[in-house]
Design a binder for this molecule. Structure first.
Ligand code: NAD
Length: 480
């Protein structure tokens, strides 16, 4: 019998009120890993009630910000102590390479430590108004119960990115993890209890988006939604939040350009292109899926990228030698394949990859794929594929490539490869993307704020500015 996981509400495992569970499968081996509670509106209601009571409970409400920081620091320590267990769990759940997860787990505590340090630095100011008689000051206060909804591609990091600032500011949380990756988030909540967070401060309801996610968004007890996921779901969530005038932070999809100029170190750029699109089998929001190469180095870059793509070791994500694991579930594999077929029907050429590679394991593997003969108007270059598929296009001038790079509905990230400093600054200024990398790709830190432009998001995650997403400003007037 596979293991069975319940919701985590008010510091305890709680069975789903309707008694239903759903199964989670290892995408590499297709073995059933465990079953998790299939949450409904009733479970969500119980979790929001618990979080609401915990928000007003003096054990949390009156805890000093410094002590909230201590709890986050302790949680960071526990995450570090359980790094191997968490890395293995996430790797089995979504097929990410174990060695990549081990790397992520070494930095994950830093997220908690960073916000631990910010907990007692949330402050207001004294305002000089037109009347000297009046003392006017501002203070930042917690919002209440935050609903956090996260995707499957990086559940631990993405949940921690929401949980840490929300708790540092004094909120409580109900988290709805992706139905494909329930257990790491449940484990994180258990560790939070072990760290000393009072019962009810962190609650997790597992289940499907329409059955558990939507009721969380619509629940009147929620003061804010923090969501990471697809642009389509984000749009529905934003509409619901707007109807109740609650705020939302939305981290959504991308179709990021990775631009290689003629003056770049082409070998380095090729490695950057590879890492940008094939890391995590392309299942990252920041995937550099549109590659623009200056015509004079186009062939050279293409050759280097294709050669490396062909040599990528595909297979069991638990092995140290593996470089590319499976896609996370069957529908992902079908979606990626149908985009490649669509590209071909639109006139693209599959330079390498396309289809399932020859791998012994029965999972949802997809070969690293390079498409040529594409332009920026095709669906494969306009829509997020969320798989290991790079579309490589030539360009002739800086002005032309800026136009092409910005000609997208998304604005999450962009990469630039050049040795010309002035050009690097010019591109950074003019690219319509929340993150621009120059001569690197995928660099990230809890200290560095990130924001999706255009359809890639609303609000800021990470960095000092993210604390404003989880607090509201009060202005106090005192007649002296
Ligand atoms: P998704 O939108 O399908 O699901 C995300 C979460 O929302 C899941 O927990 C799901 O159960 C829930 N959900 C689905 N429908 C819902 C509804 N109607 N109401 C409330 N909740 C609902 O996204 P996904 O497939 O899990 O994740 C992949 C997407 O996430 C990609 O588009 C990717 O670019 C994006 N992403 C963005 C970032 C970022 O930081 N910008 C990071 C990672 C992933």
């Amino acid at each position: 019998m596979p293991e069975r996981y319940d919701h985590f509400i008010n510091g305890q495992s709680v069975a789903p009120l309707e008694g239903e569970y759903f199964e989670s499968t290892n995408p590499a081996t297709l073995e059933t890993l465990y079953s998790a509670a299939r949450g409904t509106a009733a479970d969500v209601d119980a979790a929001v009630q618990a979080a609401g009571q915990a928000f007003h409970d003096p054990r949390w409400r009156d805890l000093s910000p410094t002590k909230r920081g201590h709890l986050l620091r302790r949680l960071g320590d526990l995450v570090g102590e359980h790094a191997e267990e968490l890395a293995r769990m996430e790797s089995q759940d979504n097929g990410k390479l174990l060695r990549e997860m081990r790397g992520q787990l070494t930095t994950l505590p830093e997220y908690l430590y960073y916000y631990a340090g910010l907990a007692d630095k949330v402050q207001g100011s004294q305002i000089p108004t037109s009347s000297v008689q009046m003392l006017n000051y501002t203070q930042r206060e917690a919002l209440g119960v935050v609903g956090a909804i996260t995707p499957w591609n990086s559940p631990l990091t993405l949940t921690t990115s929401k949980l840490s600032p929300a708790l540092a500011a004094g909120n409580t949380l109900v988290i709805k993890p992706s139905e494909y990756t329930s257990r790491t988030v449940l484990r994180l909540a258990e560790l939070a209890t072990e760290a000393g967070f009072p019962d009810g401060v962190i609650n997790v309801v597992t289940g499907y988006g329409t059955e558990a996610g939507a009721p969380l968004v619509d629940h009147p007890g929620i003061a804010k939604i923090s969501f990471t996921g697809s642009t389509a779901t984000g749009s529905a969530i934003a509409a619901s939040a707007a109807s109740r005038f609650i705020g939302c932070t939305l981290e959504l999809g991308g179709k990021s350009p990775n631009i290689v100029f003629e003056d770049a170190d082409v070998s380095n750029a090729a490695m950057g292109v590879i890492a940008g699109i094939f890391a995590a089998a392309g299942q990252t929001c920041i995937a550099g899926s549109r590659v623009f190469a200056h015509r004079s180095i186009y062939e050279e870059l293409l050759e280097k990228v294709a050669e490396r793509a062909r040599s990528i070791v595909i297979g069991d994500p638990m092995l140290e030698t593996t470089e590319l694991g499976p896609l996370a579930f069957a529908a992902q594999q079908e979606k990626v394949n149908s985009y490649v077929e669509l590209g071909v029907s639109e006139g693209a050429t599959v330079l390498t990859g396309g289809g399932r590679p020859d791998v012994e394991l029965p999972g949802y593997f997809y070969a690293p794929t390079v498409l040529t003969g594409v332009n920026n108007c095709m669906r494969v270059t306009r829509e997020e594929i969320f798989g290991p598929v790079a579309a490589i296009m030539p360009f002739d001038s800086e002005e032309e490539v800026l136009g092409l790079a910005n000609d997208t509905d998304y604005g999450l990230a962009a990469g630039v490869w050049t040795q010309n400093l002035a050009r690097a600054h010019r591109m950074a200024r003019r690219l319509e993307a929340g993150t621009v990398w120059v001569n690197t790709y995928r660099a990230m830190s809890p200290m560095s704020p990130r924001q999706g432009f255009k359809n890639s998001g609303v609000g800021i995650e990470h960095g000092l500015e993210s604390m404003n997403e989880y607090t509201r400003l009060k202005s106090v007037w005192i007649n002296t």
